[in-house]
Ligand binder design. Structure first.
Ligand code: PLP
Length: 463
């Protein structure tokens, strides 16, 4: 989207509309932006479900042969087309050569994950040796906390969001208990100010400054799963480390969505799943990051043979030659069937880069915001008209691609009506729909179709 000023979507949309002689809300604007999107071919690398194949679709309302309006990549990314071919290759190899598959072919099972770590490192702004692909996200969070959370009587607290994702909350709670501390005393939970939806960076930094001497670990999400807020990870890292804390991030909603610089920001550790924006399929192989500065100092608390240096791993001497850094945190051999879809997706990421994806994302999400505000801003003259409050920050620097829309009407029925019309998105009761136009495969036309479907769904559900 190089020819557009993607940092100012409103102005860009108005300029494009003026040049086309239509209004910014017209479908021609979406079509024009799609035509000039240099990344639009990437959509071809994914399988988009057809409306007719989605169980809730009502084919009396919508053409079943169309692609569905898939805006739920924040929950489960689409299937990369090459995933099936790579899986077939490995199944074939297994069938034909059995155990020899460990060392043969383009994806030798015994080190297949190592071959794709560089591509993953590019996505999260890390060095390849700072990244390990293994386990699931919550498992990795536990493994990392076991090493980075070293509570003492004076410094035993973990700072996290009050509404952190439940798994993170439980992980932190159980780690604190495991060390003999009391979660009531040792979990420092941060809430937005009364009446506000998201945390202010200045408030986060102030708490770190004030309480930092008692905090062992600052553990935030990169992008908040519910509000879509992108935290200022550089500032949080700097503030936490200045007070002597380790700083880690759960990047489940940030990896493949925001432009991350885990290495340059000096983040101590991070983990993420790969089935959302990284499209590896449900339960896909997760990522872990340990900054290279900890390469020789932070050791894994739990050991397994996959942490042993590959060169001598199979000598079976029982004398551990631990790999340095995050590689030493590996425990088990990796599931090749999970490596395949992840490789397929990372290859698509590698056809571009996060800067280009982010440029498109700013305009794509800005377009969604523009249309939502245009049609659904609260109108004091018509208080009964359904309206939408966007709880995601309006500052593009403080969000990824997701907008969390809070509706003035109950959303269960609305959500059902949207699903009937071939829209895939995510509902959080009582009033929030999370809508994620993903720059890797969503188009401006998807967003425009969503707004049309939303209008119809709102009308029907309010009757
Ligand atoms: C922010 C966040 N943390 C943790 C998890 C849990 O991930 P997993 O079940 O892969 O461990 C999720 C899953 O959606 C998540 O969004």
């Amino acid at each position: 989207m190089d020819k557009f000023d993607t940092s100012n979507p409103r102005e860009t949309l108005e300029r494009v509309a003026a040049a086309l002689g239509c209004r910014p809300t017209a479908p021609q604007v979406a079509a024009y932006l799609d035509e000039h999107d240099e990344l639009r071919h990437l959509r071809e690398s994914f399988l988009l479900p057809k409306v007719a194949d989605l169980p809730p679709s009502d084919l009396s309302l919508v053409d079943g042969s169309q692609d569905c309006i898939y805006l739920v990549g924040n929950s489960l990314g689409l299937q990369p087309k090459m995933a099936r071919a790579y899986l077939s290759e490995e199944l074939e190899k297994w069938a034909k050569m059995g155990v020899h598959g460990h060392t043969e072919g383009s994806r030798p099972w015994a080190w297949a994950e190592n071959n794709i770590e560089e591509m993953m490192a590019n996505v999260v702004g890390a060095k390849p040796e700072e990244v390990a692909l293994m386990n699931g996200l919550t498992v990795n969070l536990h493994l990392l906390l076991l090493s980075f959370y070293q509570p003492t009587a004076a410094r035993h607290r973990i700072l996290l969001e009050d509404k952190a994702f439940p798994s993170d909350h439980y992980a932190v709670e159980s780690q604190i208990r495991l060390r003999g501390f009391d979660p009531q005393q040792s979990m420092l939970l941060l809430s937005p100010r009364p009446g506000e939806d998201t945390l202010r960076t200045e408030d986060i930094l102030e708490v770190i400054e004030k309480e930092g001497d008692t905090i062992a670990v600052v553990m935030f999400s990169g992008v908040q799963y519910y509000t879509g807020q992108l935290f200022n990870m550089a500032a949080i890292t700097e503030a936490g480390q200045r007070k002597g804390c380790y700083v880690g991030f759960d990047c489940a909603h940030a990896a493949g969505n925001a432009e991350l610089k885990l290495h340059d920001w000096g983040v101590d550790f991070a983990c993420w799943c790969s089935y959302k924006y990284i499209n590896s399929g449900a339960g896909g192989l997760a990522g872990a990051f340990v900054h290279e500065k900890h390469k020789h100092t932070i050791k894994p608390a739990l050991l397994g043979w996959w942490g042993h240096d590959l060169k001598t791993r199979f000598h079976m001497t029982n004398v551990l030659e631990l790999q340095s850094g995050v590689s030493g945190f590996r425990l088990s051999n990796q599931p090749i069937l999970l490596v395949c879809p992840l490789q397929a997706s990372l290859e698509v990421f590698n056809m571009t880069n996060m800067q280009a994806l982010r440029r498109k994302s700013l305009l794509l999400t800005g377009y969604l915001e523009y249309l939502v505000q245009h049609y659904y801003t609260k109108d004091p003259a018509r208080p009964d008209k359904p309206h939408v409050h966007i709880i995601t920050p309006s500052d593009p620097q403080q969000r990824g691609c997701q907008l969390s829309l809070s509706f003035s009407v109950p959303i269960r029925r609305l959500f059902q009506e949207l699903e009937k019309r071939g829209v895939s998105l995510d509902m959080r009761e009582p009033s929030v729909l999370r809508v994620a136009p993903v720059p890797l495969y969503n188009s401006f036309t998807d967003v425009h179709r969503f707004i049309q479907a939303l209008g119809e769904a709102l009308t029907t559900s309010s009757q």
